[in-house]
Design a binder for this molecule. Sequence first.
Ligand SMILES: Cc1cc2nc3c(=O)[nH]c(=O)nc-3n(C[C@H](O)[C@H](O)[C@H](O)COP(=O)(O)OP(=O)(O)OC[C@H]3O[C@@H](n4cnc5c(N)ncnc54)[C@H](O)[C@@H]3O)c2cc1C
Length: 501
Amino acid sequence: MIMQLVWFKRDLRVEDNLPLTLAAQDDAVIPLYILEPELWQQPDLSYRQYLFLQDSLKSLDEDLQKLGQRLIIRIGDAVNILEELTNQHNITSIWSHQETWNDWTYQRDKRVQKWLVNKGIVWNQLRQHGVIRKLANRDGWSLEWYKFMKQLPVNKPPKLKAVAIDTQVLPLAYELGLKNDGVTDIQIGGRKKALEILNSFLYQRGEGYTKEMSSPLTAYQSCSRLSPYIAFGTISIREIFHAVERRSLELKQLANSSRWQSAMRSFAGRLRWHCHFIQKLEDEPQIEFRNMHSAYDGLRENDFNHEYFECWKAGKTGYPMIDACMRALIHTGWINFRMRAMLVSFASYHLWLDWRYTAPYLASLFTDYEPGIHYSQFQMQSGTTGINTLRIYNPIKQGIDHDPEGVFIRQWIPELSAMPKEYIHQPWLCSALMNGYPLPVVDEKIARNNAAKKLYDLRKQSNHKGEAQQIVHKHASRKTRRVNTKKTIKKQELEQMELEL
Ligand SMILES: Cc1cc2nc3c(=O)[nH]c(=O)nc-3n(C[C@H](O)[C@H](O)[C@H](O)COP(=O)(O)OP(=O)(O)OC[C@H]3O[C@@H](n4cnc5c(N)ncnc54)[C@H](O)[C@@H]3O)c2cc1C
């Protein structure tokens, strides 16, 4: 019997899964997930992500079984597993979505491709969202994004022919060497949860999104919290895009819905950012390891302070907002954008730590770890892209702005539970009530000024500008002429297509 093999990667769903739908058109399908133990040994992967994966695979298996064929799980090296299956079965093609993930998966895909070419088997790798492979340049990228998103999500196959193939049981986390990393309350994976969360965001939680996304007091409720589901592909960006479009149309008919409408506009913009940032890694995989702008090479490498690193990792820097955010992240696997930026800014500027050490650690704490977004953002918040405005967040000010009463701080730093409000952001001014909480690891103002001086001096160098212009040319998404887009894109959406760096 001729068979098609569908390799599930970062697309753990049956809906809007073009490789699955196309593969199942005529032939029987082997729906395969390869659990690669070596991948799970990488420093950016973690226990919490594995818990989320387990939930997501269980849910995918249930959905596939409803179509007639269960998920086949194999454990080991991808080439070995594909070799075994193609030797045992008459598999004519392999289907998957394109994957733009960390360097380990990139190198693995290159090995798989080479092996398949030798074997004479076709590998159909299809586009999964706004990221375009072998992109010549960024002209009109936003328009392409909209065109793709406007297409209706692909229907799941009506039925899958049952095939008798052994499946393996997923290893327990400890069997992969993954230890509990302090997580106590992470999001539950799977398709059902993704749909519930989308629905509650669009109809109940999302109204204050625009204003409430920046404070960790409100962001856990007011942000969509879809990121791990998007990262594991239990729901597609296109499905979310269409749900937002439907909701936006409904809102236009409702009185007093301006806050909701603004929330939907902001949120839709971020769906595009998701792909915009991953496109950078697709176009330049080296941004996982190398400064985007070479002027920053050698800037921090020789000054790495291990003691500072350990304080930052453990949430013991002596700056309450930094430490509360780090501890909340350790426990929950999530923190909002602004606080992620602040954590990185503090590590890269105040503590002068090279982002190549801090980035994998933070990645491992994010259940939603997505290398394309993560490394691009890390470089932006560390000032090494050469093209973005330098933003050095003052953690005391961030605390005052986003947790004025110290509620979030007291929740995550029990040592400070008795600290009066007037000292909560600078507890060293009331040392009698510090209760074992550490003194600041560096002086905020001095450290910030030192970092700013080094960075601004570097930016003034004569050769900085030329390379920065090349980076803008390569990575900035450029507006497309309105005349080409009028028919398909609404005015409001066009306005959002500003130059994205
Ligand atoms: C240093 C740093 C590292 C980050 N690492 C990751 C990561 O590994 N994985 C990840 O998904 N996001 C990352 N982000 C972006 C952002 O913080 C998260 O996407 C967001 O907090 C996820 O929560 P949410 O789903 O509720 O977001 P919402 O605000 O509800 O946004 C919806 C979706 O839009 C996308 N999105 C939102 N903000 C951004 C952004 N600034 N850039 C790109 N896409 C965005 C995400 O897919 C997100 O799930 C990082 C940000 C920083 C500053």
